[in-house]
Design a protein around this ligand. Structure first.
Ligand code: NAD
Ligand code: KPL
Length: 302
């Protein structure tokens, strides 16, 4: 049984693909009001290549008593630890939690909240967004890397993902993957917010992007992730070009007045630099400017 917490973009993307492969799935929704709305909607809708498909996946609230063996945590990084704490008493011995959160920091918070469970980290380039409540558009096909820094043995259920058409690889160095993605996000997303622009428009600020990449590479080396620093600047430029017409996820969050995951991206990078007594003036200035920008819009700094 796959228990999936969060019926947002990624939760829906995973729940619908697992369910259509015939695998048992249960959604865990926030509370009885949300469960009621879900029952009114009659299930999840995934829109792929413009075609909506409906999936009546069963759902429950966190206070349900069914034991949880395998939990897919599909909420934002800032909600992850609280969500797992709520479910701690339901986690069966040997339970596994698959963490879909972007950035770094939430994985450790979850591990502290559920020390008895095995935590498997994910880093994904898939893209999805909510078109309406319980209706999600599969916007970008991509790849998901999974790994466990404490246990390199892959879990047996990777075959379920294969069945469900979820393209993935087991990574022996998932932390490097997460650091690399974090560095990419730190070099691109905050600048798109501060310049209020699409990713491609960062091509007008090459010196700023280059300075950030150089400081981020230094941070990655210092944190023991030299492989994640390799050709970072080239990769950032490639992503800026490849996603030129897009607004970054952080830009979209700010524009829609939604809380960002800053504490798990740039905030995490700046904290790590400080822990290592590394002075990274451009990264730190960017963090301060972003915090000011968010505060001016009434958005939280964490
Ligand atoms: P989302 O906001 O669309 O969905 C999160 C869902 O979790 C919401 O429905 C929310 O109500 C629910 N939730 C939060 N706390 C809960 C609780 N205690 N109990 C039950 N439900 C709870 O977010 P998303 O876009 O799916 O992103 C999830 C994570 O995946 C983020 O860290 C994001 O950065 C990462 N990510 C997203 C995408 C994407 O394309 N959407 C791609 C890669 C990575
Ligand atoms: O992941 C991204 C995001 O918008 O969050 C990209 C497009 C790679 C930019 O950092």
């Amino acid at each position: 049984m796959w228990h999936i917490l969060g019926a947002g973009s990624l939760g829906t993307l995973w729940a619908t693909r697992l369910a259509r492969a015939g695998l048992p799935v249960e959604l865990i929704l926030r509370d009885s009001a949300r469960l009621h709305s879900y029952q009114q909607a009659g299930g999840l809708t995934l829109i792929e290549h413009g075609q909506p498909q409906h999936y009546p996946v069963p759902a429950q609230t966190p206070d349900h008593r069914q034991p949880i063996q395998r939990l897919l945590l599909a909420c934002k990084a800032y909600d992850a630890a609280n969500a797992v704490s709520q479910l701690a008493s339901r986690l069966a011995p040997g339970a596994e939690i698959l963490l879909l959160q972007n950035g770094l920091g939430s994985q450790d918070e979850v591990a502290r909240a559920a020390p008895q469970a095995r935590c498997i980290f994910a880093s994904s380039t898939e893209g999805a967004f909510r078109q309406a409540d319980f209706q999600v558009v599969f916007a970008g096909h991509g790849h998901t890397w999974l790994g466990d820094p404490q246990n390199l043995q892959p879990p047996s259920w990777l075959a379920d993902l294969q069945h469900a058409g979820i393209i993935h690889d087991w990574s022996l160095d998932i932390l490097s993957r997460l650091w690399r993605k974090l560095a990419l996000n730190c070099a691109i997303n905050p600048l798109t917010v501060l310049h209020d622009c699409r990713n491609g428009e960062l091509q007008a600020h090459p010196a700023q992007v280059a300075c950030l990449c150089s400081e981020l590479s230094e941070l990655l080396h210092t944190c023991g992730h030299s492989a994640a620093a390799e050709n970072l600047h080239d990769d950032v430029q490639r992503v800026i070009q490849a996603t030129a017409a897009n607004y970054s996820s952080m830009h979209q969050d700010v524009r829609q007045g939604r809380r960002t995951e800053i504490a798990y991206l740039l905030g995490y990078a700046c904290d790590a630099a400080q822990r290592h007594q590394l002075v990274l003036p451009h990264l730190q200035a960017l963090h301060s400017q972003l915090l000011e920008h968010l505060a001016a819009r009434g958005l939280p700094s964490h």
